[in-house]
Ligand binder design. Sequence first.
Ligand code: PHE
Length: 444
Amino acid sequence: GKPATIVVNGKTYTTDAWFNVPPNVLASTSRKLHLQKDHPVAITRQIIESKFPAPTYKTHNNFDPVVSTFENFDSLGFPPDHVGRNRSDTYYINQTTLLRTHTSAHEAELFRAHASDGYLISADVYRRDEVDRSHYPVFHQMEGARVWDRKAVPNGDVVAAIYADLATLPTHNVKVDDPHPPFHATRNPLQAEHHSPAEAEALGAHLKRSLELMVVEIFSRAKAAAAKQDPDYVDEPLRVRWVEAYFPFTSPSWELEVYYAGDWLEVLGCGVTQQHILTDAGVPGQVGWAFGIGLERIAMLLFQIPDIRLFWSQDNRFLSQFTGVSDDLAKLKRFVPFSKYPACYKDVSFWLRSASAAGGNDKAANKHDFHENDVMEIVRNVAGDDVEDVCLVDEFTHPKTGRRSMCYRINYRSLEKTLTHPETNAMHDRVREALVEKLGVELR
Ligand code: PHE
C-alpha cells in the first residue's frame, strides 16, 4: 500500500491518490550530488559557476525538491493539458505537490526576490522516463538567468545597457553556426507587446555569448584532461550551433548544440524570459533571459563517464578518481573505466489488459492507458541499479481480437559485480510478477 505521509529532507507531506514516488526515488532526495565535494556533478557545477561570477550572479544550491504544481507548471505558463503534468511523466506527492521536474520551478520566486541581477540554481530534478545508459529518474540541472531593469539603466536605454555589459565579456574563437534570424514571426516569435526587436536582439546576443563562453570553458577543460592522459589524443576544433526551440516560458527560445563524436548533441535550452513571468513576479519593469542545463550530460562528456548510474555509485573505484578536483579544477582527469561486468539480456512478452477486462469506471481501464514509463519504473524498482537498459523489441496487435502484445528486452548488468544466473533469473521472475500485479497484463 501507499504511505499516508512521507518525509523529504525533514519535512512531512500528506499523500493522496496521486502519490507515485517509489522508495528508491524518494531516498535520492537526500543525496544532493551537486553539493558532494569532488563528485563529478559538483565539479561540473563549479566549472559552470566560474563563468557566471558574483556579484552579478548569485548562486542558490539548496532549494528543496518538493514544489507545488503551480510553481513547476502554472507559474511558467504550461497549459492545463500539457503532457508533462501527467502522472506517467512526473512524480507526485499529492495532487498539488510534486518533485520538481526542472529548476525553472524556482524562477518566479527568484525574480520576485530580485536579490541580484542574475542567478544560478543547481538542484536535483525528477522525471519518470525510459531506462538506458543516459536516463535516470533523478538527475541535476542548473538554471541561470539575467535581468535588466528598464528604469534603473542609464537613460532608460536597456538596449545600450545590454550591449555595454556584453562588451565587458571575453570573446572566443570557436566557430558558431547561428543560421536563424534572432526571432521568427511564427516559429520563434518576438514578444511584440513587450519588447522592441532591438531589445529582443540585444537580449539574445547577450544570452548567446554568455552561454558560448561557458561551453568553451567546459570543452577546453575536457580537452586538456584528454591530452594529458592520452598521448595519441588528436585535438578537434569545437563546433557549436544555435537552433530554434520552444519553451512555454521563453520566446524566442533556442537550444545550443555541440558537435560531438559525429553527432550534434543538445546541451542546453534557453531564451528570452516571457514577460508574464516577470510581471506575475511583481517586476514588470525588468527584461531578461534564462537557460537550463543538465549537469550529468555535461559531466558524461567532460569526464567520459559511460553510464549515468555511475554518478550514484558509492564505490571507491569511481569516487576516488576525482579526489582533489573540487579544490583545484586543473587536476581534472577523465574517468578510467573499471572492468565491465557481463550483460544478461532477458525478454518479457505480455498482452495488455483489454478495456473490458479491467472493468468498472477505473481510468486505467482505458484501452490507451498503457504507459511505457510504468514498465520502466517496475523494472527499476525490482532491479535497482542492476538494470542497464530496457527497450521495446516487438509490438503486435492481434488481427481478430485487437489485443495488443508487447515484448521488452531487459539488459541486467551491474556496475560492481558479475550477476549470477540464479540472481538474474530471480530478478526477472520478480519483474514478471510485478508487471502482472501492477499493470494487470497477461504474460505470454
Ligand atoms: N527548464 C527547461 C528544461 O528542463 C530548460 C530551460 C530553462 C529552457 C530556462 C529555457 C529557459 O528543459
